[in-house]
Design a protein around this ligand. Sequence first.
Ligand code: DC
Length: 220
Amino acid sequence: MFAVAIDGPAGAGKSSVAKAAAQELGFVYVDTGAIYRTIALYVLRQGVDPHQASAVEALLPQVQVSLEYTQQGQKMLLNGEDVTALIRTPEVSMATSACSAIPAVRAYLLQLQRDLAAENNVLMDGRDIGTVVLPHAQLKVFLTASPEERARRRVAQLEKAGQQADYASILRDIQQRDYQDSHRETAPLRPAEDAVLLDNSSYTFEESVRRLVALVRERL
Ligand code: DC
């Protein structure tokens, strides 16, 4: 199997770039953020504070997370319920950042992620894929863009969807999540030593995809 680990901060376009590259390469695209989001949704539904590590840990035996791959892409199932459309709210994003800092949550999800890579050629995106989940991935990419550029893209995305967007608060959210994700004790966001750094601040989407596909093809 061939594994590509793609890590980087929120909003750098990892998922859309990795998804398009996976399609071009015939690989399975695995969005690990969605897996963490599914756990966070369950925690919120149970009325548990996502910062309370022991309370969150106590819920884990009740949660069954599974993935399904369809024409529309990766679907997330929470105890059999399709929650794909419910895990993208700002509330779930913040709760996920807190839940994903809990070592027991990360340990709980480690094998699931490794199993996916053992069964398929994958482009797996997350925060610790190259450093922890798939340390032997044939290619590791740290895909990033400046916080300001990520905020601008998010504003454009929301406006396109007809939603209100406030640049300042979006930038603040991005900076807060970057800080939380890179300063936590367990599996903080950082490039693996052997990762290729891809800063796409000045690239178009197509250019980012082209560069990622080229990096994979060089190693196939
Ligand atoms: O990529 P995303 O925005 O869907 O990720 C949501 C949160 O989950 C983010 O705060 C970081 C965390 N996460 C993580 O800790 N490890 C991963 N492999 C993927 C996501």
